[in-house]
Design a protein around this ligand. Structure first.
Ligand code: HPA
Length: 272
């Protein structure tokens, strides 16, 4: 089956179960899934119920779509994503993004837990993503172009939509939450970066590093989504403190950050 056939198979499977047209799609990152529990869910579907859908294997990542409303906006929320480091090919990693576009969503709100590279950050901060570096992971558009989604050589000069960014930044200001702005860089993982890599990434202009999101944003931009994104700074990147990094630390930090994170995302989406 080609990636496009697989995408349509998943779409047919979901359409037959849930006739819901979302406007905003939200992907919740590691440990940040709690937002979905607060949505008055019109329907929920487990990834395992969708024929051909990639299943996440990471602890802390649930696997379901939640459909409902935030303010007046019909939303689909992904509680859990799949990562390239789990062994999926890139077309599987970005299948959910494309699927939500086929469902009818126009806005994509990406979230993730990331390591802070900007020396002014501390664990627990938030960063609005202004741009990204995806060069260290394979491009998700490699392979036959899905013409019905987008063009072969899509422009990437404004991946993160200026109007949406303004809404998110204004929302954080209103809530009194400090929101850094910066460039997100994606590495493949699953190993965390080395101190030398973090120094290099800082020189390249990155503010935060993570193992998801940039490839999703490329596929989403290709498919015509308006995109915004927030990184939750779960830890300072490798070499910035004396402590070795652990996944448990990232998950614990995300748990602690979840209440503020939920507030920003919810009130920003209400304004979109
Ligand atoms: N590096 C990469 N990915 C991450 C990190 C990090 O320090 N923290 C959370 N996700």
């Amino acid at each position: 089956m080609t990636p496009l056939e697989k995408l349509h198979k998943c779409h047919d499977s979901i359409k037959s179960k849930i006739p819901f047209k979302p406007r905003v799609a939200i992907i919740l990152g590691s440990g940040l899934g709690a937002l979905a529990d607060e949505i008055d869910a019109a329907a929920t579907i487990d990834y395992s119920e969708i024929d051909g859908f990639p299943q996440s294997t990471v602890i802390g990542h649930k696997g379901c779509f939640v459909f409902g409303h935030i303010g007046g906006n019909p939303v689909v929320v992904m509680q859990g994503r799949v990562h390239y480091y789990e062994g999926y090919c890139m077309s599987d990693v970005v299948l959910p993004v494309r699927l939500m576009r086929l469902m009818g969503a126009e806005i994509l709100f990406l979230t993730n837990a990331a390591g802070g590279i900007n020396a002014e950050m501390t664990a627990g901060d938030f960063m609005l993503i202004t741009d990204q570096i995806s060069t260290f992971a394979p491009n998700p558009l490699i392979g036959g172009n899905m013409e019905e989604l987008g063009t072969r050589f899509p422009d990437m000069s404004g991946i993160y939509n200026a109007e949406l960014r303004e809404i998110v930044q204004r929302t954080a200001d209103e809530l009194g939450i400090k929101l850094f702005e910066g460039v997100y860089v994606q590495t493949t993982g699953p190993s965390f970066e080395s101190p030398a890599e973090i120094k290099m990434l800082r020189t390249f202009g990155a503010g935060a590093v993570g193992m998801s999101t940039a490839c999703e944003a490329i596929a989403a931009n290709h498919a015509g989504f308006k995109i915004c994104g927030i990184s939750f700074i779960a830890n300072l990147a490798c070499g910035m403190t004396d402590n070795p990094l652990t996944h448990a630390e990232v998950m614990e930090a995300a748990d602690n950050g979840a209440p503020l994170f939920k507030k920003i995302v919810r009130s920003a989406v209400e304004k979109m």
